[in-house]
Write a protein that binds this ligand. Structure first.
Ligand SMILES: Cc1cc2nc3c(=O)[nH]c(=O)nc-3n(C[C@H](O)[C@H](O)[C@H](O)COP(=O)(O)OP(=O)(O)OC[C@H]3O[C@@H](n4cnc5c(N)ncnc54)[C@H](O)[C@@H]3O)c2cc1C
Length: 214
């Protein structure tokens, strides 16, 4: 299987980096091919704007869906977006590795979706190509996250509310919206306070998930 890991953490010694490197190692040992988009290392531009389009249909007003459709069709999206699209086309599985920040995902990853999940490539709203007809149908997604809070705070009755509800915009209205099939989310809670032993047991748990990929 071809696996693309989209990784969003600025620190090379972070737990998230350990998880990303671990996934690359396990997946390659299992015979999969792996590519990584290390968004901070790439200094990935996260604000969608007119510079994303090398040619404009309308130079007076930026109408983003129209420019995205046109630029995707003509191959005139900016180089960094085109490279990400090519990696997604190559991949059978996308893994998103990130820390929970403000009960959501880091801005650099949000920007990656804004800029890379272009209309015409992931969905086509004009002809109903979304959800089960989304243009990424046939590919899978795995969200792998770490959260500072303990699990019990992120339940329906916990003070933070249900983590699945917080992540619904990613799980459902982004990933499933494009036709991607989600695997179960891999969570590490209490992540700021992990002992070395606990990190080891969490990696063992993650290894089982990675080995289940087919
Ligand atoms: C802006 C911001 C907003 C946040 N909002 C939220 C929120 O809304 N909800 C929430 O729950 N949390 C929140 N947090 C906390 C955040 O989710 C955690 O800090 C994060 O998930 C921890 O992941 P990390 O990769 O940064 O961990 P790190 O800080 O790198 O590491 C965590 C622990 O793992 C250990 N460790 C790391 N790598 C290894 C290794 N290879 N071997 C052994 N031990 C290792 C470290 O020593 C440390 O004890 C927020 C943090 C920030 C900065």
């Amino acid at each position: 299987m071809n696996v693309l890991i989209i990784y969003a953490h600025p620190e090379p010694k972070s737990l998230n980096r350990t998880l990303k490197d671990f996934a690359v190692d396990v997946l390659e040992r299992e015979g999969h091919s792996v590519k990584v988009s290390d968004l901070y290392a790439m200094n990935f531009k996260c604000a969608l704007d007119g510079d994303d389009f090398l040619e404009r249909v309308d130079k007076e007003k930026l109408v983003i869906p129209k420019e995205q459709m046109n630029a995707y069709d003509k191959g005139t999206l900016s180089q960094d977006i085109t490279e990400e699209i090519d990696k997604i086309k190559w991949a059978d599985l996308l893994i998103f590795q990130f820390p929970i920040w403000w009960s959501s995902y880091p801005a650099i990853l949000k920007g990656w979706f804004d800029r890379v999940f272009v209309q015409g490539f992931v969905v086509n709203l004009y002809d109903g190509a979304l959800y089960d007809k989304g243009l990424l149908s046939g590919k899978k997604a795995l969200i792998s996250v770490t959260a500072g809070s303990p699990r019990e705070l992120y339940t329906r009755n916990g003070i933070n509310g249900d983590i699945e509800v917080h992540l619904m915009t990613l799980w459902h209205t982004t990933l499933e919206f494009t036709g991607l099939e989600n695997m179960d989310i891999f969570y590490i809670f209490n992540a700021a306070m992990l002992t070395e032993d606990k990190v080891k047991s969490e990696l063992e748990r993650y290894e089982k998930v990675l080995k289940s990929i087919s």
